[in-house]
Write a protein that binds this ligand. Sequence first.
Ligand code: NAD
Ligand code: LMR
Length: 327
Amino acid sequence: MKTPIRVAVTGAAGQIGYSLLFRIASGAMFGPEQPVILQLIEAPIEKAMKALEGVVMELDDCAFPLLKGTVMTDDANVGFKDANWCLLVGAKPRGPGMERADLLKDNGRIFIGQGKVIDAVAADNARVAVVGNPANTNCMIAASQAKRLPADRFTAMVRLDQNRAQSQLAKKAGVDLTAVKDIFIYGNHSPTMFPAFAHATIGGKPATSVITDSVWLQGPFCETVGKRGAAIIAARGASSAASAANALVDHVRSLVTPGAIHSVAVKSNGAYGFDANVWAGMPVRTTTPGSYEVIQGYAMDDFAKSKIAATNKELVDERAMVAEMIA
Ligand code: NAD
Ligand code: LMR
């Protein structure tokens, strides 16, 4: 039996938490051979901690063979202690009519404190995945507080957007979802994100030769993917939760699977024209478990370049909004 890994999850009693924890404990995130200890962190609010007790009772009641322990806490120093993976979900969700960047002032602060504590107490091999919105900039904030852990350990999730794009392309082409490959998300987890359809394939052929309607690809396709979160809020009255949890399972699973190629928001080093030190969605290849390299060299036409410039500008603007906070 392998040594259990410690997985810290913030916002564990929230909507996403309720879909996520059971998937981790069942082995979906780290595989059927890897035992886990869940270190569940909630806000210091009586109602949230009470709800967390209920969630832990349900985890117990699942009798998951891979779940070797649970910690329940409102103290980040306890929750992140020796954690190998830190899944930062806990943050306010947006409501109707808001953009995710509107959450920056409230949520940004959370990631200052958590970035510092993770850097101080998490395991030497700790990896961080940020889901709480606005995810890219919150990830940049958390990484800015770290002195021990290198910046490439901090990733933000754009996998939900990749999954959404894959699904939309499959529906339009009338093919099984698995026929769609290599659709990657560039930039911010916001309506400016760019799902780079020109590099995707459908049934092994360029997506643009299967879906020849370029007006649809450049317009409704990009818009549907970019505004899917708002569409779900309008329909459900609450932001996506099960699909977000599923995307986080995919994000981490791909990051621990050498050879996997997938979209992750990572610290830019200038690739594809993104400013250095913004966290931008890009295609990455997992090298060793938890480590990755950005896949460079996808050619971008003028349309793609203009989309990337717009999403990069938004990331730069968000960074400017929190400059004082992280100074
Ligand atoms: P929720 O309100 O249901 O749950 C959030 C939980 O976080 C609450 O239980 C709250 O008590 C807890 N929390 C707040 N501050 C905390 C802190 N400092 N430490 C620990 N816990 C804390 O919200 P949700 O639907 O689970 O969404 C969580 C976040 O994820 C939101 O910001 C949402 O916008 C975002 N989200 C991101 C994506 C993505 O693709 N990146 C997708 C869906 C949702
Ligand atoms: C999503 O994309 O579903 C989430 O980021 C939630 C939101 O605010 O849209």
